[in-house]
Design a protein around this ligand. Structure first.
Ligand code: ZN
Length: 544
């Protein structure tokens, strides 16, 4: 902004430089010398700037304009409480000489505004500098409230300015994920019949993260309910035994055994119930290791979903840039999708949608207390965002999570994330597509199936690039299969280990059932337990 101010001061009549005059739009940002900034904004606003309003607090309530969906997208109309350092000041713009789009406001000032100057749209953002997306995510998840001014205006602008030439999602996929429950008519606060009713009434889909240890315990009435409602209710993997941090291990031998044990149990579960589990892993306790990503990739998993974004024991945490893509692919190229608790707020979900990420919600049985009213209300709010959400079973969300952009030759470039995808051509003419997966080394691949046909793979060392044609109105399934480099594993457990796992599961279920009957008492007990665990975290004592 300061540089732009200097440039205008040096020009006759303060006219735009030729390059800027022919631009689609201008984005002015940054701090600097106050006088130059004020002078630059006065020029482009036709003297409507009253001044700069200092912002001294970090916890601001910002309002995003509701009538500028073309710029603000899914975030339009939201009010968000920020928690991190914002701009040093807001712009106080008044008067009606020229049209002002107040995109993001705080108090009586603007944090992001669009003005028209000499026929060019000028976006003004007083934030000193955008977030450095190469830096690691410090918390367990990326929280837009901590980086609001540094992240949101620039993202909105880039999405607006580059439109169809940038990577775009094919749809805004969404799914509610419920961790842990056994498939019996009641589990803790969960009643499956009621959840199916909620899905239909509030227009959402629900995938249950199923613990493979429970493979013999599914009840026929619940299984039938799932079979009758495949678009609403589905299951995926949640660990193997659900022991503490079982996918946070570093040993490939242990991880391979856990992955194969989980797969064997779910195959048996499918034989018993005819219910297919999506080959997607939801990591128990949100814990995974970089090695787990590689092991799951070579054990035919399509992807994983997790609440925390960085692996356990890793020297380097996941970069912000990786969490801004549909899935994190920094660990052996295996796609790890992020999901959020409702407590992270609607603003975080809306920012994910703005970035082209699926909206994935994590819940547990206790969130269904009060007959699921809080969940239904949150989903109603998500569905009322200015972006159409497409609710699907988790596997179908992942299969449609690829990004695409139109190349100049009329070829559609598709960037794959999940190891299975469904490409759709909704037009009346054949569409040529270029399938890519950056960073996916072809040497790992065993085969690539496109529309049921096995395709030749590039030599090891080269990235995956395949051309295909989708007939008009047709869809094309794509599947990437990787060599099972870890081989067979011992998948049985010793008798004492089996007993320990069974005790852990039964105690966990007892706690969930007790919560459903006496939520306040159990809630207080859990709070005390969590306090004691924090206080004595260095002790080796085990608290149930
Ligand atoms: Zn769990």
């Amino acid at each position: 902004m300061e540089l732009f101010g200097r440039e205008l001061e040096g020009r006759e009549n303060g006219a735009l430089p030729p390059l800027a005059r022919n631009a689609h739009s201008l984005y002015l940002y940054g701090g600097g010398e106050k006088g130059l900034i004020e002078s630059a904004i006065r020029r482009v606003s036709g003297d409507m700037l009253d001044g700069l309003v200092p912002l001294e607090r970090e916890d601001l309530t910002v309002s995003i304009g509701s009538q500028y969906t073309e710029v603000c997208g899914a975030m339009s109309g939201l009010q968000i409480k920020t928690t991190g350092r914002c701009s040093d000041y807001a712009l106080k713009i008044s008067g009606a000489k020229r049209q002002v789009h107040r995109l993001i406001s705080v108090g009586d000032g603007e944090l992001f505004a669009r003005l028209e100057f000499e026929g060019v749209s000028v976006f003004v953002d007083p934030c000193p500098e955008p977030v450095d997306i190469s830096r690691p995510v410090q918390k367990a998840f990326f929280d837009v409230r901590d980086h609001f001014c540094q992240s949101v205006p620039i993202t909105m602008y880039l999405r607006f300015a580059f439109g169809g030439s940038a990577w775009c999602p094919i749809e805004n996929g969404a799914c509610l994920i419920v961790d842990d429950p056994v498939l019996r008519p009641r589990y803790g606060c969960i009643e499956y019949g009621r959840i199916a009713g909620l899905c239909a009434k509030h227009r959402f889909a629900c995938t249950f993260a199923f613990i493979p240890w429970n493979w013999r315990r599914s009840r026929a009435t619940v299984v039938e309910l799932f079979q009758r409602n495949p678009d609403l209710l589905s299951i995926c993997y949640h660990g193997a035994d659900h022991t503490a941090g079982e996918f946070g291990a570093k040993s490939a031998v242990l991880l391979n055994a856990a992955a194969k044990l989980a797969r064997n149990r779910m195959i048996k579960h499918e034989h018993l119930t005819r219910l297919n589990a999506e080959p997607i892993m939801v990591f128990p306790q949100g814990i995974f290791s970089a090695e787990a990503a590689s092991v799951l990739k070579h054990n035919a998993f399509v992807g994983a979903v997790n609440t925390t974004v960085s692996p356990q024991h890793a020297a380097v945490r996941t970069a912000i840039a990786d969490t801004w893509r549909p899935a994190i692919t920094s660990y052996s190229g295996f796609p790890i999708y992020t999901r959020r608790y409702m407590s992270q707020g609607l603003g975080n979900f809306a920012f994910d949608i703005l970035l082209g990420k699926p909206a994935l919600i994590v819940t547990h049985h206790q969130d269904f207390i009060h007959r699921g009213a809080e969940i239904a209300s949150f989903i109603d709010n998500l569905n009322s965002l200015r972006a159409k959400l497409t609710w699907r079973p988790l596997g179908e969300v992942l299969r449609r999570s690829h990004a695409q952009r139109l190349l100049s030759e009329g070829i559609l470039e598709v960037r794959l994330y999940a190891y299975e995808a469904v490409l759709e051509n909704r037009t009346g003419t054949a569409q040529m597509v270029l399938l890519t997966k950056p960073g996916q080394e072809c040497g790992d691949l065993e085969s690539v199936d496109v529309g049921g046909e096995r395709r030749a793979i590039a030599p090891a060392g080269e990235d995956l690039r395949i051309l295909a044609t989708i007939p008009p109105g047709a869809s094309l399934p794509v599947r990437l299969c990787f060599k099972d480099i870890y081989g067979d594993a011992r998948v049985s457990r010793s008798a004492p280990t089996r007993a320990k796992i069974a005790v852990r599961r039964i105690l966990s279920e007892g706690r969930d059932e007790a919560f459903a009957r006496a939520p306040r008492m159990v809630g207080a007990m859990l709070a005390v337990r969590s306090y004691l665990q924090r206080k004595f975290s260095r002790s080796r004592a085990v608290l149930l």
